[in-house]
Ligand binder design. Structure first.
Ligand SMILES: Nc1ncnc2c1ncn2[C@@H]1O[C@H](COP(=O)(O)OP(=O)(O)O)[C@@H](O)[C@H]1O
Ligand SMILES: CC(=O)N[C@@H](CCC(=O)OP(=O)(O)O)C(=O)O
Length: 302
């Protein structure tokens, strides 16, 4: 029998079939809120940023309320280096003195936020760039950290400077923006009641926003396929009580610890599920949202 379809038609047909398989997921999530954390590592490459923006606009177009929270750690690091300012981290958090806080705000709220807004607008969306300060959205408090003094049971306080965590998230500015058809793009900066600026880890910020919105999903885009076991295999499903065990037995280390703690906190505070996935893979978000198989590691309550 003669095949009536030429290769171009076949490719189109395959795309149409993909769209049809995505339909139940589009219906399931229409009108629901997805908080997407886009990390600084992922956005370094303009092509990746363009694709990310296109996917964000597509999610909005099918009726999902998209809220983007971005990072920018590597970009802050590069600016500090250029200006000759030393920088150090404790437990994945940047020790932030007054000068570093000013530079972090300049890079996050000034440069990266507006660049991402530009990419989303170029992709056909209408993005509004804000930080936790806008509309009094995020009231921050200083992060307190302690460490054990070596060879002793005594804990000493570590001063991280102006490193904050969200104490309260007022979601009105997000909800008003979304209701107007805008895509909020949030920089992880907040202020306390006295107006003091705080530098907030972007994962922590995204988790607090997802919890406050009771989001259907918190998606954390990173530079690994998800949470890996000790053999390097992907752990596709985790429950909150698995996380402590994985930390205690050394499976999860470094930056993955605060990331998963954020997932657990968000899920326990009302976000339906949190997913750690590979932001380097083109369209990973779409695979996660529009397939039963999903992508990366999903954390949800039992
Ligand atoms: N079990 C694990 N599975 C995957 N990654 C892990 C694990 N334990 C530690 N990591 C580390 O966590 C990193 C992701 O955290 P981080 O560097 O803070 O990401 P981001 O910059 O995207 O916020 C990975 O690149 C990896 O080095
Ligand atoms: C307190 C703290 O560490 N703040 C982060 C904020 C940016 C961030 O978290 O960006 P990524 O998600 O790209 O790492 C920082 O200064 O690097």
């Amino acid at each position: 029998m003669v095949d009536p379809l030429n290769p171009d038609d076949k490719a189109l047909l395959a795309k149409a079939k993909t769209l049809v398989t995505a339909l139940p997921f589009m219906k399931r999530y229409a009108g629901r809120t997805f908080v997407i954390k886009y990390g600084g590592h992922a956005m370094g490459d303009p092509e990746a940023a363009r694709e990310f923006a296109e996917d964000v606009v597509l999610l909005g177009a099918v009726g999902i309320n998209v809220v983007v929270v971005h990072g920018g750690g590597p970009q802050i690091g590069a600016m500090l280096k250029k200006l000759g300012v030393e920088s150090s981290f404790v437990d994945g958090l940047r020790v932030t003195d007054k000068q570093t806080a000013e530079i972090a705000e300049m890079v996050l709220s000034g440069a990266i936020n507006k660049e991402l807004v530009g990419w989303i607008n170029k992709a056909g969306g209408r993005a509004v760039g804000i930080s936790g300060k806008d509309g009094g959205m995020v009231t921050a408090r200083k992060v307190e950290r302690t460490r054990k003094i070596e060879g002793s049971a005594i804990e000493e306080a570590i001063d991280l400077g102006f490193v904050g965590e969200p104490e309260h998230v007022d979601t009105r500015i997000i909800e008003t923006s979304v209701a107007s058809g805008l895509i909020p793009v949030i920089a992880p900066i907040g202020a306390d009641a006295e107006g003091q600026t705080y530098n907030i880890n972007a994962d922590t910020m995204a988790g607090a926003v997802a919890a406050a919105l009771g989001a259907a999903r918190l998606l954390l885009l990173t530079d690994v396929p998800g949470v890996l076991d000790k053999q390097g295999g992907l752990l596709t499903d985790l429950f909150p009580d698995d996380v402590d065990t994985l930390i205690d037995d050394g499976t999860i280390t470094g930056g993955m610890i605060p990331k998963l703690e954020t997932c657990v906190q968000a899920v326990e505070a009302g976000c339906e599920a949190a997913v750690v996935l590979d932001g380097r893979v083109p369209h990973a978000m779409l695979i996660e949202i529009f397939t039963e198989r999903g992508a990366g590691t999903i954390v949800r309550s039992r």
